[in-house]
Design a protein around this ligand. Sequence first.
Ligand code: UD1
Length: 418
Amino acid sequence: MSVMYLRGGRPLEGELTVHGAKNSVLPILAACLLARGTVTLRNCPRLTDVDAALGILRRLGCRAQQERHTITVDPTGALGSTISEEQMRAMRSSIIFLGPLLARMGEAHLTYPGGCELGPRPIDLHLSAIRAMGCEVSEDRGIHCQGRPLGGEVQLSMPSVGATENAMLCAVGASKITTITNAAREPEIGDLQNFLNSLGAHVRGAGSSTIIVEGGRELSGGEFSVMGDRIVAATLLSATAAAGGRVRLRGVDWRHLATVMSVFHQAGCRVESKLEHVELERDRETPLKGVPTIRTAPYPGFPTDAQAPVMAALAASQGCTLFVETMFDSRYRHVPELIRMGADITTEGRVALVRGVERLHGARVEASDLRGGGALAAAALGAEGATVLSGLNHIDRGYEGLEDMLRTLGADVERREE
Ligand code: UD1
C-alpha cells in the first residue's frame, strides 16, 4: 500500500504553476466525441479520473492517448453507445458522456453512476434535461436513451454543474436552439463553451445562468489548452496557510479564487491577487484567526471542493469558525481524521463548528475522498511531527503528484510503500 509521509513544521516557500483542471478536462474529453477530426488538448493533468475518461473514449471506438500533458483524441471511428457498469462505477463523472453520445449516436446505454464518497449523487437533472431536448429516456435495468436531440427549453431546478454540461453537449448536436436556464456558472463551464466554440459550435452565456446553444453545426477537430485547477490552487494555499511561509501560484485565474482568498485574508494572511499570479503569505509566529461563517454555494459562492482544505488550515487558529455545507450530504469525512490530529471540531448534519486549537499533531490518517485527502495533507504540513496519510487512490483522482508539488514548495513529504 502506498502512503504519503509528511513531516510538519517547515514553512512553504516558492512558486509553482498549477496543473490543468480535472473538472474542466473531463467534460472536454466527453465533448471530443462530437468532433469530426482529431482534437489535441494541452495542459491536461495526469490523473486516474482522466485515465478513466480515456478508457471510456477507447471503449466507444475513439483513438485516445495521453503523452505527458497532451491528449490526442481521434473520435472519427467512434461507433459504440454503451458504457459498461464497471466504467460508470469507476468515476461518477462518466455520466457526462450521456449528452455527447446522444448527439453523436442518437442512443446511449449506461448505468447509474451510483452513490459516492460525498453521499448520494442523483442524476435526475441530467435525465430531465435530456428529455427536455426530445430524447426518450427509459430507466429499466440501467439507463437507455434514444433519439437525436431536437433542442428546446431546459430548465434546471438546481444549478448542477454536470447537468448543465450534459445539456450543453447534447444541445450542440440538436437540430434547433436550446436554452438552458438556471445553469451552473462555474468557470469550468466557460472553458467547455470556449472549447466547443473553438471547434465551430455556437454556444453563448456560460458564466451567466442562461446558456444558449445553436445546434446543428458540424464540429471540426482542433487544439485547446485546458484552464488551471482552482481547487488544486485552493489546496496549496490552504497548506501554506497551515504551515506558514509565502507561496506564489501561476496558471490560475485569481477571480476564480476570490472567495477562498477572502477567507484567508480574514484569517490574517497577506494575500495578493494579480492577473498573472495569486500569492499567500502567513507569518509562522502569528496564528490564524477564526473567520465568519463559511457557507458553500454554487459559483461564485465559496466552493464546496475547497471546504475541507480550508477547514484543515483553520483547525489550528485562534477562535472559532462555523462551516455550513449546502451542496453535499457527506462532506465532513475528513473531520474524524483531523480530530485524530488534535483538532476540536463538532459536526451536526451539514454544519461543522471548528474551535481552533494551538497546533495539530501528526497521526496516521486516511483520506476517504479526494478533497478530504488534500485537506489532510495541508493539515499535516502545519502539524507537529509526522503524519502517515493513506487512501492515496482518492488523492490521485484529482491531484497530479501532490507530494511533488508540495516538495517543490519546500515541504518534507514523500510517498512510500508500506
Ligand atoms: C461538480 C464537480 C465537483 C463539485 C460539484 C459542485 C466535476 C467533474 N465535479 O460535480 O467537483 O463538487 O460540481 O461544485 O465537475 N444534483 C441533483 N440531481 C442531479 C445532479 C445534481 O440533485 O441530477 C445535486 C447534487 O446532489 C448536489 C448538487 O446538485 O447536491 C450539485 O451537484 P452538481 O453541481 O451536479 O455536482 P457535479 O456536477 O456532480
